[in-house]
Design a protein around this ligand. Structure first.
Ligand code: OAD
Length: 237
């Protein structure tokens, strides 16, 4: 389908799953994981985003998250976040699942967002798993949980960790039920997006992918371009 056909098709669907990845935030100045954000202080993200790296050097990992929080705090939602939020506000039956932890969908006014990889703005107690919002950019002292004083870690899903159960179930249900799935700015190399799409496809959902590069998403229709240009056309409110 071309963009006009896809827009009409989506207009007729009652249940749509939208999955966003790092690429939707790149026009807001947030580096993608398989782009400029792949390395920090000469380390690969796959070495940093792990429970073992945190255990070994929590200061290093919190500094990496401070660096990322500072970038996101300076960023604004872009045309893609805003068009998606306005479109979703005017309909029922849309589920948004994001791999992003930046919170830009909420800042664009998106009504409900399933954060499948956690949130940059939440800390989790390493003892009792209690989570709390914390908007601090820097931690001169490592953050400690108000509940028991134990060290806190970023409330983010790291490599090798399970997705949060409730969000995973919500995402799975939406994929099983969707008439259409729209993926935006994901490489499809992380199991989360790829497996939801595979489930949707098995259930005969129509898959649309928005990405300037050829992603690994098994799409029926591909729109090769920047999310900030394509989404306002595809999802005109
Ligand atoms: P990636 O960083 O793997 O891929 C970003 C994708 O966005 C690439 O396919 C780019 O071509 C595309 N892209 C770049 N700019 C774009 C733009 N302006 N518009 C549309 N697309 C654009 O991001 P994800 O697939 O989301 O996981 O994977 C990120 C995950 O990998 C993170 O959530 C994190 C990391 O491992 C965990 O921490 C579990």
């Amino acid at each position: 389908m071309n963009i006009s056909q896809a827009r009409r098709f989506l207009g007729m669907c009652d249940r749509i799953l939208v999955i966003t990845g790092a690429g939707i935030s790149s026009e807001s100045g947030i580096p993608t994981f398989r782009g400029a954000g792949e390395r920090w202080r000469d380390r690969h993200v796959s070495e940093l985003a792990t429970p073992a790296a945190f255990e070994e050097d929590p200061r290093l990992i919190w500094d990496w998250y401070s660096y990322r929080r500072e970038i996101v705090a300076r960023s604004e939602p872009n045309a893609a976040h805003i068009a998606l939020a306005n479109w979703a506000k005017g309909r029922t039956g849309v589920t948004l699942v994001t791999q992003n932890v930046d919170g830009l969908h909420e800042r664009a006014g998106h009504p409900e967002v399933a954060h499948i990889h956690g949130s940059l703005w939440h800390n989790r107690c390493t003892e009792c798993d209690k989570e709390r919002e914390d908007l601090a950019l820097l931690y001169p002292e490592l953050p400690r949980s108000p509940c028991c004083g134990a060290l806190e870690r970023p409330a983010i899903v790291w490599f090798g960790e399970r997705l949060p159960a409730k969000t995973r179930e919500q995402a799975l249900a939406a994929a099983m039920d969707a008439e259409a799935i729209v993926t935006i700015g994901t490489s499809g190399k992380v199991a989360t997006a790829a497996s939801l799409v595979r489930i949707g496809k098995l259930r005969h959902a129509e898959i649309f992918d928005v990405n300037p590069e050829h992603s690994c998403i098994e799409a029926n229709s591909r729109f090769a371009g920047l999310a900030g240009e394509i989404i306002p056309q595809l999802l005109a409110a």
